[in-house]
Design a protein around this ligand. Structure first.
Ligand code: MSP
Length: 525
């Protein structure tokens, strides 16, 4: 049986159109799924929408819709976007689906029966018009952060989860499993900011609204968002349902991807819920930073929002996927700016990648009528050094991606592309042709095609269409030659014929025009 690889995205709030931040998390998860599939694993990707809670109920009302009608439409919108972005998810969960709701109810009763959940009183600052509780620190000048009106101190009956009881077990788990939290600095953040000061018990039900999953044994309470939402990762696999096949096959997850704002819920509450249910914990929770704008967070009022569809329509999907993954360093926020986007397009995609393929294809046509020479047994310094360095970048890529350093792993691929471009200058094929050094010319063309083939394999998880296009242009139609396990050695290329008329994969853009265009779009959003 194949090794499995289960990867999840957070489930998104369907409260509006998804911007490039939401798209980022999903592209990341999709790329990891595709990478592991290429490496021969049975990979499974879950995404979905988080549909309960008062906010969603209010948004639906504003749109003149019943909540369920509204969330179903939004889930469809999400699916359409993921289709456009070629996200190959295996399941899409909506928390309003029966399969999820019944299991959340079962889990609640189980945890109640075993004493992890108890009934108490919830106290907070309440905004009556917004029907929402806030903590003291969320208030702005002592008033409601949403509408600016006065708030009142209120309390209501609620159920709580006894987090404190699990504190020591959680810390011991962190210690014994160094790969559980990536990047590592998030661990000390959790310990210092939340665990050391003392974990508060978590309020997990509400009685002030009804758009949620009712508690079976006390139906005036609905389960409040986080217990409901986090469980999606296992309810989608059929946990506690009549058919637990998928759950048995894929759980525990290999990697669960979350943004920094929801790190606390996934690094503290989620493992504790799993411990209480006596289930294994995911191998890794990967916390990423945010895509910001030059002037801070994306917001409509600042006129700096950008939607993935806008970019895809004009520049193509792969340029957008590349930019998102490449611009986000592991430990800081990334910045979206029209200038940076166009620069990556023109330099990385057009100058580096597209030109490498284009130049090579036309040389193979010119010197060998399009037939790729087989590798020779001659050995020379230029080729040996090139091979050694090129393989080094591939090894570095593997090391970085295994540590989930996505932007840096893409950087390694682009180092390999630059190194291959440099190899053209080093071997100067036009010179070899002039001097009729046919054997050396053959070696040069063979190496170029062989390493472009490897580059195409490496970019497949991130930019599948571009990879396919490259394989087509260099005549690598045999699927065996597109496989991950052919990266380590050099392959004999027998009967490989490049296409007779190569076409640029990415065309250079007029930078000023495009920057202007994007700025106008952002203002209009
Ligand atoms: N519904 C919860 C998650 C529940 S998971 C059991 C939620 N939803 S969300 O729609 O608000 O956010 C979903 C994800 O999008 C989060 O991981 C969040 O960090 C991410 N992003 C939202 N804006 C973002 C950027 N600007 N940049 C990168 N990611 C961003 O939270």
């Amino acid at each position: 049986m194949k090794d499995t690889f289960y990867v999840t995205t957070p489930i998104y709030y369907p409260s509006g159109k998804f911007h490039i931040g939401t798209a980022y998390t999903t592209v990341l998860a999709d790329s990891l799924k595709k990478l592991n599939q290429l490496r021969g694993k049975d990979a499974y990707l879950l995404t979905g929408t988080d549909e309960h809670g008062q906010k969603i109920q209010q948004v639906a009302q504003k749109n003149g819709k019943e909540p369920k009608e509204y969330v179903d439409e939004m889930a469809q919108m999400a699916k359409n976007l993921w289709k456009t972005m070629e996200i190959e998810y295996d399941d899409f969960i909506q928390t309003t689906q029966k399969r999820h709701e019944t299991v959340v109810q079962k889990v609640f009763e189980k945890l109640l029966a075993q004493g992890d959940i108890y009934k108490g009183k919830y106290e907070g600052m309440y905004c009556v018009p917004c029907e929402t509780y806030f903590t003291e620190t969320q208030l702005v000048d002592g008033k409601c952060p949403d509408c600016g009106r006065d708030v009142v101190k209120m309390e209501e009956e609620a159920y709580f989860f006894n987090m404190k009881k699990y504190t020591d077990r959680l810390l011991a788990y962190y210690d014994a499993h160094p790969d559980f939290i990536k990047p590592e600095y998030r661990k000390s953040e959790m310990i210092n900011n939340f665990i050391k000061p003392g974990l508060e018990d978590l309020c997990i039900t509400r009685t002030t609204f009804d758009w949620g999953i009712p508690v079976l044994s006390d139906p005036k309470h609905v389960v409040y968002v986080w217990l409901d939402a986090l469980l999606n990762y296992i309810t989608a696999l059929g946990y506690l349902s009549d058919d637990e096949t998928l759950f048995k096959k894929y759980w525990p997850a290999n990697v669960q991807i979350v943004g920094k704002d929801i790190a606390r819920f996934h690094l503290i509450y989620w493992p504790i819920f799993l411990m209480a249910l006596d289930l294994p914990l995911p191998k890794t929770i990967l916390v990423h930073n945010w895509i910001m704008m030059k002037d801070g967070k994306m917001s409509k009022s600042k006129g700096n929002v950008i939607y993935p569809e806008t970019l895809i329509e004009r520049y193509g999907l792969d340029a957008v996927r590349y930019f998102l993954l490449r611009e986000m360093p592991v430990s800081q926020d990334g910045i979206f700016s029209p200038e940076a986007f166009i620069e990556r397009y023109n330099f990385d995609l057009c100058n580096d990648l597209s030109n490498l393929v284009n130049r090579t294809v036309s040389m193979v046509n010119k010197y060998f009528d399009g037939k790729v020479p087989e590798s020779s047994t001659n050995s020379n310094n230029v080729d040996d050094t090139f091979e050694k360095e090129a393989q080094g970048y591939i090894e570095q890529f593997e090391a970085k991606i295994d540590n989930f350093e996505i932007a840096d792993s893409l950087k390694e691929i682009w180092q390999l592309i630059s190194r291959t471009n440099k190899y053209i200058d080093e071997t100067a094929p036009w010179q070899l042709a002039k001097e009729e050094e046919t054997e050396k010319l053959k070696d040069s063309m063979y190496h170029l095609i062989e390493y472009i083939r490897k580059i195409a394999i490496l970019i497949t998880p991130f930019m599948k269409d571009t990879a396919k296009n490259i394989f087509k242009q260099i005549g690598i139609t045999d699927e065996k030659l597109q496989m991950w396990d052919t990266l380590k050695t050099n392959i004999q290329l027998k009967d490989v014929q490049v296409i007779s008329q190569g076409e640029p994969i990415f065309m250079r853009l007029k930078a000023e025009d495009e920057i202007e265009y994007l700025k106008n779009i952002m203002k209009a959003n």
